[in-house]
Design a protein around this ligand. Structure first.
Ligand code: PEP
Ligand code: MN
Length: 358
C-alpha cells in the first residue's frame, strides 16, 4: 500500500509549519485549567492544542478523564486562541462526540493501536469523514501492528494521516518511561515515506529534564514535529504529573531546538559528505565479509560438535564471549547495549547455522 505524496498536504492546508508543535495537558481537568493553559501556549510556537478527554488508565480507580463535558472547553480554546484542537479517541462513540464538537485532529493512543478490532471500529466510524488522524505507535515494539493501524485508516479512505512515536514499554526498567526505538520509526518511514512523523517526548521520557535532548534527536532525524504535554501547574496535574512542563518551559525548549535542513547544496559540504559515505560503504562491505567468515567457522564448529555428539549451546563459553566483547566495546567507546544487541544477534544466527548441520 502506497501512501501518496498528497498525504502531506493537510499540513499546509492547516498551516502547520515545520516543526509542528502540539501541546497541552495530558488530561483536560477543568475548564479553567484548559483555557489558562491554552492562553499561555498561544504565546509560544504551539500550533495545535491537545488534551485527553477520555484517559485509558491501566487500572480502574484512577482519573479516567472528564469525558464529554470537556469537549466544549476545547471548542472554547479554538474560539478564544485560534489554536487547532486534538484529542484521543478510543472507540466509535468517542469519534462521534469529537466530530460533533468540531475537534480538528484525532489521535489514536498506544493502547488502541495494539488492538486491530478497535482500530477497525474507529476507522469504520471515520469512513467518509475528512479529518486528520495521528496514529501513535503500539505499546510494544511491533512494527507490523503500527503499519497495520495506518493501513486500516488509509483503506477506509482516511487520507490525512500522520504517526506519533511515543516510545515502547520494556520489561527491564530503563532511564525512559517508554524507550524510543528510532529504528522502528525509520522502518515505518521506509514503508510510508510521505507520512508526517511526530515525536511525543513526554511519554518517552516520563520526566521533564530529558525532553529537550530527545526532541533534538528527533529533529536531527527529520521528524516533522512534536506532541508535548504541558500544564499550568504540572506538579498538581491529575495524570502524568512528572512529565508535564509549563507553557513557559515549552517556549524555551522550542526556542533552543536546532532545526536542521534536509539538504545543503554547498559544494564543500557535499564533497565531504560523499567521501565519508564512501568510507562507510567500504566498512559495511568489510563487516559483511567478516560476518560471512565468522558464520563459516561457526558451521565448522557445528560439524565438529555433531560428530562428537556434543550439544550446540555452551552457555559458559557464550557468557564469556559476551562479557569480553562488552568490555572491549566499552574500552573503545561503544555503547554497552549496542554491543550486547549485536553479539546476541550473531549468537542466535550461529546457533541456527549449527542446528542445520545434519
Ligand atoms: C496521552 O497522550 O496522554 C496518552 C495516553 O498517550 P499514549 O497513548 O502514548 O500512552
Ligand atoms: Mn499522558
Amino acid at each position: 500500500m502506497e501512501i501518496k505524496k498528497e498525504n502531506r498536504q493537510w499540513l499546509d492546508t492547516m498551516n502547520l509549519k515545520h516543526p509542528i508543535v502540539i501541546a497541552g495537558p495530558c488530561s483536560a481537568e477543568t475548564e479553567e485549567q484548559v483555557l489558562k493553559t491554552a492562553h499561555q501556549l498561544k504565546n509560544t510556537d504551539t500550533n495545535v492544542f491537545r488534551a485527553g478527554i477520555w484517559k485509558p488508565r491501566t487500572r480502574p480507580g484512577g482519573f479516567e478523564g472528564v469525558g464529554e463535558i470537556g469537549l466544549p472547553w476545547l471548542q472554547k480554546v479554538k474560539e478564544e486562541t485560534g489554536l487547532l484542537t486534538t484529542t484521543e479517541v478510543g472507540n466509535a462513540h468517542h469519534v462521534e462526540l469529537a466530530l460533533k464538537h468540531n475537534i480538528d485532529i484525532l489521535w489514536i493512543g498506544a493502547r488502541t493501536t495494539v488492538n486491530p478490532f478497535v482500530v477497525q471500529e474507529i476507522a469504520d466510524a471515520l469512513k467518509g469523514v475528512d479529518i486528520p488522524v495521528l496514529v501513535k505507535n503500539p505499546v510494544n515494539p511491533d512494527l507490523p501492528l503500527w503499519l497495520g493501524a495506518v493501513e486500516r485508516f488509509y483503506a477506509n479512505g482516511i487520507q490525512q494521516l500522520g504517526v506519533i512515536h511515543r516510545g515502547f514499554s520494556t520489561y527491564k526498567s530503563t532511564e525512559y518511561r517508554n524507550k524510543p526505538k528510532w529504528q522502528i520509526a525509520i522502518e515505518l518511514k521506509k514503508e510510508f515515506p510521505n507520512l508526517p512523523l511526530i515525536l511525543d517526548p513526554s511519554h518517552i521520557c516520563g520526566r521533564r529534564d530529558t525532553i529537550f535532548d530527545v526532541s533534538q534527536t528527533a529533529l536531527d532525524l527529520n521528524y516533522d514535529g512534536f506532541m508535548i504535554e504541558t500544564h499550568i501547574d504540572p506538579d498538581n496535574a491529575w495524570s502524568d504529573a512528572k512529565q508535564q512542563i509549563t507553557p513557559a518551559r515549552l517556549g524555551e525548549i522550542t526556542e533552543d531546538l536546532k532545526i536542521r535542513q534536509q539538504h545543503s547544496s554547498k559544494e564543500e559540504f557535499q564533497k565531504k559528505l560523499n567521501l565519508f559515505r564512501r568510507e562507510l560503504d567500504l566498512i559495511d562491505t568489510n563487516l559483511i565479509d567478516l560476518l560471512k567468515d565468522r558464520m563459516g567457522i561457526s558451521a565448522e564448529i557445528g560439524t565438529l560438535k555433531h560428530k562428537e555428539n556434543v550439544s550446540i549451546l555452551q552457555s559458559t563459553r557464550w557468557a564469556d564471549i559476551l562479557k569480553n566483547m562488552i568490555a572491549k566495546g566499552a574500552k573503545n567507546g561503544l555503547d554497552k547495549e549496542f554491543v550486547d544487541q549485536i553479539f546476541k544477534a550473531i549468537h542466535v544466527e550461529s546457533i541456527k547455522i549449527q542446528h542445520q548441520i545434519k
